[in-house]
Every structure is written in structure tokens, then in C-alpha cells.
Write a protein that binds this ligand. Structure first.
Ligand code: ADP
Ligand code: MG
Length: 402
């Protein structure tokens, strides 16, 4: 599942006619619990997938950035780094900022170009580069292929230009790139997961002060398995709904007189909900964020106590909260979760932004096949696209492959 160093370096050679200086990789992720909390200064708990995006790269002395991806249509995208400008519109428009080189369609290049832009904006001495990407992270499946692409790029440039930046700083630069250059108002979770996760652990991140803790998450040792069910659908509603939920959370925080919803403690939730009696939509958003932060803390307590099975009901409760209070689930995600739980899963929830993408399902190893079959059959019976089911083994964060 991890892209190999040799394969990526060979592909680089075929594209650019020379060997790369090195190959770097960053993983996709699933979020175990803590959904939509990362723009509310809250808690998240992602783990890295074995799926990775590898970047083979060499520095260039002439201020030219050349980008090529085995996973994208079109040829080499060529940009001048001093002509990179953030654009407020969709990613495709960003390439208008380039001059001279081949301007192909494919807004994907905005992600890596945004990294160079963000590093330069921060005053870092980064120059041109040739980059070629190979990836096993499914795109648009809620598994964060965008952050894998960004962080593989950031790590490559960090090493090629001797910047010496720590992983969390690379994550912040990548978030800046995605927010300001690509134009996606994401939080800091995905980039931090890609940069900072470690094998065998889930990463607890406090998105306010960026403190982290690697929480041991050894499923195999306990006879458990975490399945990822990729529904292979992405409903159009997604982008607008994300912005709307974000704005609703900000409205809630303002109405309650706090900097962010993270500042409402679980103990004070009833009072907060009383104050929001005339705004049922915001009320639901607030209830989700406050209970979700609480669930993250409970999950950590249970993992620390060595009781991994006990996190199951918290995952399932998290799904109900996303479905009923935050209102970002969809028929496919609900069917995946309900069927998995009915077939004996320990717990299950949608993961990621919502309206499609993936669900995580915690199962006894001995039930994995039964649950997978039940979900697949239920999708067929409902006339849905067949889901892709795979096992998530907590993998390593970004690293140099060679
Ligand atoms: P997610 O991050 O959940 O996969 P996003 O919509 O945030 O979904 O990011 C997906 C986009 O990232 C793709 O449409 C594409 O533009 C870009 N992308 C990700 N990985 C690659 C890759 N290996 N090559 C080219 N583009 C990629
Ligand atoms: Mg993304």
C-alpha cells in the first residue's frame, strides 16, 4: 500500500530525464473520533493509513517549479515561483498566476504550488524544484489525499533546502497553503496527521494550542480490527455545507460569548443549550461539538485504561451526533454504520467531512469478514455503488524514503 521509493524514483526519471535527489512520503488518514472539532479549537484523534503519497524531487536553481503526478491527467505543470499568487476562487484558477510554462488543466497543482507559496510567504529560503508524485491514497474519499500531497511536498522542500522545520510547522504551512492558496477553509487536523502520526498510535491533538500525544492503539494485539468503508460517493452538498456548519459554529460561539465552542465544557452544555433555545440549528451544532470533544476525552481515558473495546459505543454515539445534530451524514454512511453495528461491530461512525466519503468500523477480528459482507450486501440491496472496504493499521507519518 505504501508507494515504493524505487517505483517513484523511476517514474521521476521517465518524466524529467534524470534521477531525483530523494523520495519523500506522507500518509492519508482516518479520524478515529473528533469530527468537525478542528475549526472549533477542539480535540481530534486521527491515525495514519498505510496508503501514502510519495514525492520524488530535486531542487532547481532557476526558480522554476515543475509538477507531475502519476494520478492526474495532463502533463508537467510548470510555474515560476515568484509568480505564484493566491486566488480566491476554485483551485483551477490558481494556475492563471503562472507565466510562460505549460498550463494544463488540473487544479491539483495548486496544492504543491501552495506549499512553495506559503514557505516563501513565511520568508523561508525555498527555491524551484522538479517533483513527481505517485499515490495510493484514494482522492476525495475523506482520507485526506490533499494533506498527503501537501506534506510530502513540504517535507521534500524542507530537506532539499535545508529548512530544518519540525513536522508540526510543516503542517501549519500546509494548512496556510490549503486555506489561502487553494481556497479550502480546512482546519489543522489533516496536515498534522500526515506530518506527525506514528506507527501503532492514534494522534491526540488539541487544535487550540497544538499539543499532541501519541496514544497507543494496538488493535491486532487485542484481537480487534479497524475497517474503513469507503462509500465511493461524494454528494455535491459537501462544500457548501462545510462552510455553513463552520459559520453556524462561529455564530454559536458568539451567542455564548466564548472564543470558540471548545470553551463550552460538557458540564455547562445544558445551560448553553438553554441560551440557544430560539436557534435550533445552532443548538444542534453546539451540542455536537461539545459532546464530541467529551467523547474524544472518554476515548482516550478508555484507551489509557487498556479497554479498547469500550470505545465502540462512543464511536457509534459520535455517528448519531453527526447525523442528528450536525446533520452531515447521508444514506450511504448511515447504511454502512447501521449495518455494521447490526452485524456485530463493536462500534462504527462516519469519518471526515460528511455527505459521503468513508466510515470507520471497529470489529472483533473474527467478525471482520461477516461485517464486511453484511455491509457489501446491504449496499447492493439498496442499489448503491459497491463500497471499498479495507483494514486501517495505524501507520507512520511523513518520512524520507530514500
Ligand atoms: P481528500 O483530501 O479527502 O482526498 P480533497 O478534495 O481535499 O479530498 O483533495 C483531493 C484533491 O487533491 C484531488 O482532487 C486532487 O486535486 C488533489 N490530489 C490529491 N492527491 C493527488 C495526487 N496524488 N496527484 C494529484 N492530485 C492529487
Ligand atoms: Mg482534503
Amino acid at each position: 500500500m505504501t508507494m515504493t521509493e524505487a517505483g517513484t524514483a523511476e517514474a521521476f526519471h521517465a518524466v524529467y530525464g534524470a534521477a531525483p535527489t530523494g523520495v519523500w512520503a506522507a500518509p492519508g488518514r482516518v479520524n478515529l473520533i473528533g469530527e468537525h472539532t478542528d475549526y472549533n479549537d477542539g480535540f481530534v484523534m486521527p491515525l495514519a493509513l498505510p496508503h501514502t503519497t510519495a514525492a520524488a524531487a530535486s531542487a532547481r536553481p532557476d526558480g522554476v517549479l515543475r509538477l507531475h503526478s502519476g494520478g492526474a491527467d495532463g502533463g508537467i505543470v510548470e510555474l515560476r515561483i515568484d509568480a505564484l499568487r493566491p486566488a480566491p476562487g476554485p483551485a483551477d484558477r490558481i494556475l492563471e498566476a503562472s507565466r510562460g510554462g505549460a498550463q494544463r488543466s488540473g487544479g491539483w497543482a495548486a496544492y504543491p504550488a501552495g506549499i512553495v507559496w506559503a514557505m516563501r510567504e513565511a520568508g523561508l529560503p525555498v527555491g524551484g524544484a522538479d517533483l513527481h508524485y505517485e499515490s495510493t491514497v484514494p482522492t476525495g474519499a475523506g482520507l485526506s489525499s490533499s494533506a498527503a500531497l501537501e506534506i510530502a511536498t513540504a517535507l521534500a522542500l524542507n530537506d532539499l533546502y535545508g529548512l530544518g522545520l519540525p513536522a508540526q510547522r510543516l503542517a501549519q504551512l500546509a494548512q496556510r497553503a490549503e486555506n489561502a492558496f487553494v481556497g479550502v477553509p480546512c482546519g489543522i487536523m489533516d496536515q498534522t496527521a500526515a506530518a506527525c502520526c506514528t506507527e501503532g498510535h492514534a494522534l491526540f491533538l488539541d487544535t487550540r494550542d497544538l499539543t499532541q500525544r501519541q496514544v497507543p492503539f494496538d488493535l491486532a494485539g487485542e484481537g480487534l480490527r479497524l475497517l474503513v468503508v469507503d462509500t465511493c460517493v461524494k454528494h455535491e452538498l459537501g462544500d457548501g455545507a462545510y462552510a455553513e456548519r463552520r459559520a453556524g459554529c462561529e455564530r454559536g460561539a458568539r451567542a455564548l460569548g466564548v472564543r470558540a465552542l471548545r470553551d463550552i465544557s460538557y458540564a455547562h452544555l445544558p445551560e448553553a443549550l438553554d441560551k440557544l433555545a430560539d436557534d435550533p440549528d445552532v443548538r444542534g451544532l453546539v451540542r455536537h461539538i461539545v459532546t464530541e470533544n467529551h467523547r474524544v476525552e472518554e476515548v482516550i481515558a478508555r484507551l489509557d485504561a487498556g479497554d479498547t473495546r469500550a470505545i465502540g459505543p462512543l464511536l457509534t454515539a459520535g455517528h448519531a451526533s453527526l447525523r442528528d445534530d450536525f446533520k452531515i451524514s447521508c444514506a450511504e454512511l448511515d447504511l454502512a454504520v447501521d449495518t455494521a453495528v447490526a452485524a456485530g461491530a463493536v462500534g462504527a461512525r462516519m469519518t471526515g467531512g460528511g455527505f459521503g466519503g468513508s466510515a470507520v468500523v471497529l470489529v472483533e477480528e473474527t467478525d471482520a469478514e461477516k461485517v464486511t459482507t453484511a455491509v457489501t450486501d446491504a449496499f447492493a440491496a439498496a442499489g448503491f455503488v459497491p463500497p471499498r472496504v479495507f483494514t486501517a493499521v495505524p501507520g507512520a507519518g511523513a518520512r524520507r524514503l530514500g
